[in-house]
Design a protein around this ligand. Structure first.
Ligand SMILES: CC(C)(COP(=O)(O)OP(=O)(O)OC[C@H]1O[C@@H](n2cnc3c(N)ncnc32)[C@H](O)[C@@H]1OP(=O)(O)O)[C@@H](O)C(=O)NCCC(=O)NCCS
Length: 293
């Protein structure tokens, strides 16, 4: 966690005598902590409570962070019961600090989604294994890509291999057949702008896309701004594009076109040698995946 975020959180700590914590805020903290705790082991998105006016001070701003921190021991116990190594446990939970840092860069615009997202980690529903994060599901493992530098095909392949071994070992009652992903990263329109050997296009080529459907309650243009400019407000007047992707986003929107949020999947267990991207063969571990239930 960034030192300034850590200092802010320590300063607002909900000590019993802290004047920052009104009875109402303490009530909400208790309810939110109990609500997330009650779904321990769950892996769907969960709202921990209402969006709060975060400019009213550290208790308001970080109320849900205090709920997650109160649940660290609980989720660590859940991880231990599943034999999950400490290193995976801590790197997974460290996404809290990553999100707080991104939210700070976003001038606090990013938090409303993050407050639900982070309940996945806190309930044992999501694990970071190398380059990718994996959200448990029914028969599908959802892939998420944290902001952690370039996602090279080698790092993605190594992470997928890790997941192929991790889930049968730690969740033997769950039988996963596919990896899936819903993201702006899977929009085929990106092919018009990015070089063929870009990491994003190489990632796209792993997936079979589901037919496009307008997502309910989500504006993909805004989501692209979130992940490419770390703002939710338009960058169209900003001449400060640093990368080919940023220029592409601006050109696309300026042309009156829209970005799409796309969902795709690919089988976890592919016939040996079939899981190739750009000549990169992922051989090992494919035959170890359990094929049925
Ligand atoms: C996913 C991610 C790691 C891909 O980055 P990458 O590995 O560098 O991707 P590519 O190799 O395809 O990049 C091609 C070009 O786009 C740029 N680019 C890629 N992602 C970018 C981003 N999020 N913001 C700005 N520019 C980006 C690269 O710098 C490169 O441009 P350049 O040649 O001018 O430097 C990166 O987009 C990222 O960190 N995103 C935030 C997390 C996210 O979007 N997760 C998915 C949520 S649904």
């Amino acid at each position: 966690m960034r030192p300034d975020d850590a200092a802010e959180i320590m300063a607002g700590w909900p000590d019993p005598d802290s004047p920052l914590w009104t009875p109402e805020l303490r009530w909400l903290l208790d309810r939110s902590t109990a609500l997330v705790h009650a779904d321990l082991g769950g892996h769907d998105w969960l709202s921990p409570g209402p969006a709060l006016p975060r400019d009213r001070g550290p208790a308001w701003r970080h109320l849900y962070v205090y709920a997650y921190l109160a649940l660290v021991d609980v989720v660590r116990e859940y991880h231990r019961a599943h034999g999950i190594p400490d290193a995976v446990s801590w790197v997974t939970l460290a996404d809290l600090g990553r999100n707080l840092a991104i939210d700070r860069r976003m001038h606090r615009e990013g938090w409303p989604i993050m407050q639900s997202w982070l309940t996945l980690h806190t309930r044992g529903g999501l694990y970071e294994l190398g380059r990718l994060q994996y959200q448990r599901g029914d028969t599908t493992l959802g892939l998420h890509v944290p902001e952690a530098g370039p996602m090279t095909p080698e790092a993605v392949a190594a992470s997928l291999d890790e997941a192929r071994a991790f889930f049968p070992r730690h969740f033997p009652d769950e039988h996963y057949r596919t990896f899936s992903c819903g993201s702006w990263l899977l929009d085929p329109q990106l092919r018009e702008y990015l070089p063929e050997d870009s990491n994003i296009l190489r990632f796209q080529r792993r997936f079979e896309l589901e037919p496009y459907e307008e997502p309910e309650g989500m504006n993909a243009d805004v989501e692209v701004l979130r992940f490419v400019f770390r703002t939710l407000t338009t960058p169209l007047d900003q001449p400060s594009c640093r990368t080919v992707l940023q220029r592409a986003v601006v050109d696309h929107l300026r042309a009156g076109r829209h970005w799409h949020w796309r969902r795709g999947r690919f089988p976890i267990s592919t016939p040996a040698g079939a899981d190739r991207t750009d000549g990169l063969e992922i051989g090992a571990a494919l035959n170890t995946w359990p094929t049925g239930n």
